[in-house]
Design a protein around this ligand. Sequence first.
Ligand SMILES: [Zn+2]
Ligand SMILES: [Zn+2]
Length: 261
Amino acid sequence: MFFDSHCHLSDERLFAELAAVVERADAAQVGRVLSIAVDLADASAIAGFANGARVWASAGVHPASALTWKDEDSNRELRALLDNPLCVAVGECGLDYVYDDTHPHYPGATRPRQVEVFEQQLEIAAQTGKAVVIHNRDADGDILSILERWRSRLRGGVFHCFSSDWAVARRILDLDFHLGFTGIVTFKNAPLLHEVAQKCPLERMLIETDAPYLAPVPHRGKQNEPSFVPYVAGKIAELKGLSREEVGEITTANANALFGI
Ligand SMILES: [Zn+2]
Ligand SMILES: [Zn+2]
């Protein structure tokens, strides 16, 4: 069995054929899927179809959506969403320094505002005891120093779509956080990530699709979906000299423990 720990079932491309997507996942032994929110409206939509049989939910605000965070109202709304026992994580939240707020998709998402919105969500994660799903792009230094301050109050979490080098991975593992591996690990031109996958203990790894983005080889360039997550497990198995099933089992157990499922 496999656990897709990060995908976006509420994305219109997947949502348009949600029943079929979940059925294909099931047929591929992907028995559990965590559908990740990018803002609070998205989190409400996901709560509408999370069923605790195959699909679970997160709630949180992506750094690109920092402008949608209204301090008091959003705090209240996020806490209410997390009252749902099927909502097992805060996120995705974090920092994204690839684009600054001059980029059309990132209105108002200045770096200081991203930090404020991230830390307000960490406070809620600390108070509710839910795991954190971290989005990090080009912000290794800032995000690690923030988490090093917060760590003692947090349950734990995952750096989803991990794509930094082993030195960064090492600091994340020292925080007792998990690394999430996407289809990028199946790409030939990812030698640094292959090194991380070889060195990272399997007990600290999660697998994910980040669907509809980042389809693994042999579907690279196509629309991604949870049924493709076994390809990620297969590549990690090859790099570590294990069986694909072993990687599936351990990463599923890791995700179950982290999210309390
Ligand atoms: Zn992300
Ligand atoms: Zn995502």
